[in-house]
Write a protein that binds this ligand. Sequence first.
Ligand SMILES: [Zn+2]
Ligand SMILES: [Zn+2]
Length: 434
Amino acid sequence: MEESRRDWNVYKQIFSDHWDSFKEKHSRYAKQYYDYLVQKMLECGNPEQMGYIEYRCMSCGQGKRLVSMSCKSFLCLRCGKVYVDNWVSQVSKMLRAGVIYRHIVLTVPARLRKVFYNHPEELLDSLFRCGVRCLDDFFSFVSRRDLKGGYIVVLQTHGRSGRYNVHLHIIATSGGLDQRTGRWVHLGYLPYHVLHKKWQKYLLDMIREELDTEEAEKLVDYCYKKYPKGFVANVQKGDVPTRYATLAKYLAKYVVTPPISVRRIDAYDGQQVTYHYRSHRTKKVEEETVDVYTFIGRMIQHTLPKGFKRIRYYGVQATKTFEKLKGTIKEALSRVKEVVKDAIKIIPRKSYRERYEEGTGKDPLICPNCGKEMEIWKIWHPQYGVIYDELKEMKRGKYEPQEVFIKRRDGRAIRSPSDGIQIPLFSVRNGAPC
Ligand SMILES: [Zn+2]
Ligand SMILES: [Zn+2]
């Protein structure tokens, strides 16, 4: 924890030292939106700027804890863990019991990455749809039927080192709904070489259509010549866990580890940054030293256009569609051996309290003085001020000694002692900010 706090401070230092001059060099980022993201990230964890929840011990009056609101930004090292947890929780909810999934990665070859970097607005949205259409076509081709599958699609823009490397992670159903018969068709075998060619065609057609320039034409032609076997489209096999909760966690490792594959910042001298990360390619920890502008660039380039959704659901994965079809799908899949029945486990979002406990082994909301559980005392927001203030309530007389009738088990009402009673203050004890 100490180490990560130190890294976090260095990380913030780099941005506060160089963000303004970085924008002068890279005008594409000289926008209010990016300033806002950076500012949020710099303020993250600072209760006075971000707002906070204050807990106090109502038993002895001594214990107190301020919990700062978090920025939840993709750019933020501090919130990276929160981001991953929320993602796992969201995706595990979307994985359906009794359905078989495959994890398919559709890559963009190095030569094309710059085009995506330069045209995020035109190309990133289309990339999602293009991946989905490609897989529907692929499944239909393999089964010789008109199939529509279900897909959870996640856009990833970085490789491990933090360099720009756009690709799609798709959790695809193992088959699809036959559009003619309304039956579910499971595909046990997929010929990858066919997928490679299809993906190449879908991706290049999309680029040609969206950009519609002579330059794009040339690039597309070049890519057909350079990659005669198509583009890399991996179907991850073997180690894909069958239990859904584990599956979501396993995916998080690939997909949402923040851009921010920075594990550790080893050195920063004001001009250069040395950091290390675990490389997918070599499976080793690699070290890299870059100048501050490259470093900031590697982080900021993964923030997506405003309002952009990184995870999307298609086909039978869409909630309403699935509800209608689940009988058909389950019935068909019940005949397939590998199905893990009802293995779905929904992971609830972790609260601040649980994360803190995981990291330190201590419950942050236990009064250090008397060992009782602390309660919410005050919630403060930088824009709205005090949202909830227990002290004010007390002054208004909410907790003045008063007569309260408590119903006993035998049904008779008893009168509470008039010299003050303990009333639970707030029921959202776990009401954690992030
Ligand atoms: Zn944050
Ligand atoms: Zn106490």
